[in-house]
Write a protein that binds this ligand. Structure first.
Ligand SMILES: *[C@@H]1O[C@H](CO)[C@@H](O)[C@H](O)[C@H]1NC(C)=O
Ligand SMILES: *[C@@H]1O[C@H](CO)[C@@H](O)[C@H](O)[C@H]1NC(C)=O
Ligand SMILES: *[C@@H]1O[C@H](CO)[C@@H](O)[C@H](O)[C@H]1NC(C)=O
Ligand SMILES: *[C@@H]1O[C@H](CO)[C@@H](O)[C@H](O)[C@H]1NC(C)=O
Length: 375
């Protein structure tokens, strides 16, 4: 009995339950209703900072944005994965591209090519799914640098190439999910940012802000979520210009809390409200999507959340897509949702680890600044 109760929380995913056999005949992104819809007429659920985990692999780092890895996120219906890419020098001086949260000293989730391989493996066994990857190009990798990573992972063979890299298709004229799937160009890739005029090497790497606009992020007060365009600056604070530009709308919907050293971390205490599928919940996901649909006359194209299993966030997205009987998706049982609560507790118990990491990080950053000032 003792041993049962001391089972690590990480073993509980064994209690996952699959809704149907993995033969979603005729379904696209888990529903037959979505095949005939254009890519830009579907709301895609996004896992913000998808590879930055708050689990045992990171000592429940308080910098982590997700409880489950990218594979599990995809299994549960997430179809947009975001991450930050940083230049990384190994001790032998070899340059690599890593997925790091803010800085590789804070949270290093390994090589970009390894993560892309993980996504490719998932796409290999899920041939009826369109997946979007959005990379923040923190250290200004060139098209060639990034292309090498996509080639090494093998995922490049799935990449969709837009008709133009310098202007978005007019609204409603993106391919349908069905056609992306039948042509097996099921990977949509956006980079923030990559100057399209310098990118002849890898036209599948779409410059995010040529194709997409976003509302503000770094929100630390649940009453402060807004639908107003923030980036790119050409459409800032003007929903009308954003619509006229034919860009798709990525709705940031994640809440941070401010901590010492000016570092914001995901607000896990408020996550049930933040990801709430119940209309009327202040600062909740479904309500925010509804508010933004009123502003733009259509639902957001992407809804980007932390801890995507909570809510579950998928429920809000299914509502706006009109999906009622999703197929081939792993849903979270109550047991797994309880696990999230257990992990919250563990994250708190391990808070010192996170705080130590942040303080070490702040110390090093402070040290570098001091050296810079002294020299
Ligand atoms: C993702 O997590 C699941 C369980 O949480 C685990 O079984 C699987 O091996 C992980 N996959 C990767 C690629 O890390
Ligand atoms: C990696 O090494 C190169 C060459 O020594 C240097 O220019 C670059 O700044 C280093 N990058 C990082 C992130 O340390
Ligand atoms: C919320 O938004 C208001 C108005 O933009 C701003 O003055 C305030 O600082 C914001 N609060 C937080 C906690 O970010
Ligand atoms: C798709 O089109 C329908 C009908 O015009 C609209 O209600 C819905 O909001 C659209 N969704 C997106 C993401 O554009």
């Amino acid at each position: 009995m003792w041993q049962f109760f001391s089972l690590p929380a990480t073993l509980l995913p064994l209690l996952w339950q699959v809704t149907t056999a993995a033969t979603p005949g005729g379904a696209c992104n888990n529903s037959p209703d979505l095949c005939s819809k254009t890519y830009d007429n579907v709301t895609h659920l996004g896992a913000h900072d998808s590879p930055f985990l708050r689990d045992s692999s990171t000592d429940f780092s308080t910098a982590g944005n997700q409880f489950y890895n990218s594979t599990v996120q995809l299994d549960s219906g997430v179809r947009l994965l975001t991450a930050q890419v940083h230049a990384f020098n190994t001790s032998s001086g070899q340059d690599e591209w890593h997925l790091c949260h803010t800085d590789c000293l804070l949270l290093d989730a390994g090589k970009l090519s390894d993560w892309l391989s993980e996504i490719k493996t998932w796409m290999d066994v899920n041939p009826n799914d369109v997946v979007t990857v959005l990379l923040v190009n923190s250290d200004n990798g060139t098209p060639q640098d990034l292309d090498e990573q996509f080639s090494a992972s093998g995922i490049k063979s799935y990449a969709y190439i837009p008709p133009s890299t310098t202007a978005p298709p007019t609204s409603g004229s993106w391919p349908t999910l069905g056609s992306l799937i039948s042509s097996n160009t099921r990977l949509m890739t956006f980079i923030a940012s990559l100057d399209p005029s310098s990118n002849t090497v890898a036209p599948y790497l779409m410059d995010e802000f040529t194709f997409v606009f976003e509302n503000p992020f770094e929100v630390t007060d649940a009453t402060n979520f807004t639908c107003n365009p923030d980036r790119p600056s050409s459409v800032q604070n003007s929903p009308q210009s954003a619509v006229q530009s034919d860009r798709m709308f990525l709705m940031n919907h994640f809440l941070d809390q401010s901590e010492a050293f000016g570092i914001d971390t995901p607000n896990v205490d408020a996550i049930a409200d933040t990801n709430s599928p119940t209309l009327g919940t202040s600062g909740g996901l479904a309500q925010h999507m509804s508010d933004c649909a009123a502003v733009y006359g259509r639902s957001p194209n992407f809804a980007l959340v932390d801890f995507s299993n909570v809510g579950p966030a998928m429920q809000s997205v299914d509502m706006v897509n009109g999906v009622q009987q999703a197929v081939g998706r792993t849903i979270l049982t109550t047991a797994v949702l309880q696990e999230a609560a257990v992990e919250n507790g563990a994250a708190r118990a391990n808070g010192r680890t996170g705080a130590e990491k942040r303080s070490q990080f702040a110390f090093i950053v402070g040290f570098i600044v001091a050296i810079g000032l002294a020299s």
